[in-house]
Design a protein around this ligand. Sequence first.
Ligand SMILES: [Cu+2]
Length: 502
Amino acid sequence: MEHPIEFPTYEEHIKDLFTQADKGCMRFALDLSTYDGVMEKANQILSRVKAGTMPPPDENRRWSAEQVETFENWVKNGFQRVRAYLVRPSNKQVVRKDLLNLTGEEIALLQKAFQGLRDRDSDISDKFSFFNLAGIHWYPGPRRYIHCRHHDNEYNPWHRAYLIVFENALRSIEGCETVTLPYWDILGDELPNWVFEEPFFPYSYPHDLLDFTGDEVAIDAGTPIQRFSAAIIKQNIFARLSPVPSSISTALAAPTWERFNGWSGSTSLHNAIIEAHDNGHGACGPTISRPSTAAFDPHFWFFHCNWDRLWWKWQTEHRATSIALFKSKLEEADGWLDNKPSNILKPFNVRSLDMIDSASWNVGYEAPSRGERTDDRTFVMASGRALGAEAFKISSLETVSVRVKNINRLKIIGSFAIDLNVNGETIRSTRIFQPDEASECDTCQKKGIFSKDFLVQRDELPPGAEIRVRIRRFLIDGREEEIPLSEAGNPNINVRFLLDQE
Ligand SMILES: [Cu+2]
């Protein structure tokens, strides 16, 4: 080892630091032959190898300074086990464009770069093939290769890092050094035809997708991805019951981080940007509507680039671009922004803290081809939040919040929808994007119980109206199935009036 490794992983750099002799003679006290064994005693090992008391100095097996530093970096960075993906800033400014504004030349370059990543798919050990990059999101298992960051503070920072890794991989294809990932303005015009042509569609899994346990095949090699047509996608986004447009405008107008993000801090309310995102996934097709397979649809990358753009847009408009400014927009604790190992966004070499300032990664966005308007009307709860000193408009009594409280999503298998039904008709609906194994996923478990506020007009709830909630889950073959509320933690329904803040 000539240089210390800055972001070492157990499999690549740590395992082989221990010789057979080390493993044998230390067996009575610690197990140096497994990840768990080394991790559990990592601090003790570090102090011994630093002091030079282990391995035995007389046998000329003392670790070099580079090896000690590598081990120390491994401890400092949270014991990364496998597949560390380095997030590196581009050396030139990257300006991501609306995909509708790409020139013919830019489309050709993007096609070449995607094709280049797909050409690497035949080698399953190539970390930077399309298949393996897409596989970071969820499948293939086993569990230790699965990284679910949704419905938490880390959702946006994690995906920002993921996009940079993917874009850098595109740029590693010969001749594509200047390629830039474009974004799909979800509220803009229909997707252009080229997104439905090679190499962006079709795509079939080149290898079996192992499930969460890693023991069974969840999806066979050769299975094609499924995506809706451009017309259906647009129709879904703008459907009468689609919350995508309204939750994007709520998010962009939000004065604080938690209200922009949804599901943050102590409240687990499904709203704002994560609600728009979850419903957007559902609008695009069966493959992209499941976390386990979403990133295998090449359109996922244009779709997610837009969520990153909207986060950066909110940050820019609300003066939250630097870490100090960003922290001033927090309502709740900022421990998730600390510089500590447990905040590493696995499998990347960064923390949320590092991802706040997109400009520091040389990534920026060009405005979309259509104008973008933000609706800055905000609602406050009539109970609890309103201050006596604030004024309210009487007209606001027309808006009612119907809260579906304490839904237990860990009991529900896969992505699902919640419908608000009045006198037999569905008047509001929203989707939750979650894995089949939510009950076993660490991130999902943190926010297993959540609530959903549906805002409705008073005249939509006539006196004596019967209000019902339905939950439908989406099956792998595209069908759906209604499940009884008793299988979703028996949520209850609260109805409240809202006041418009003057
Ligand atoms: Cu997503």
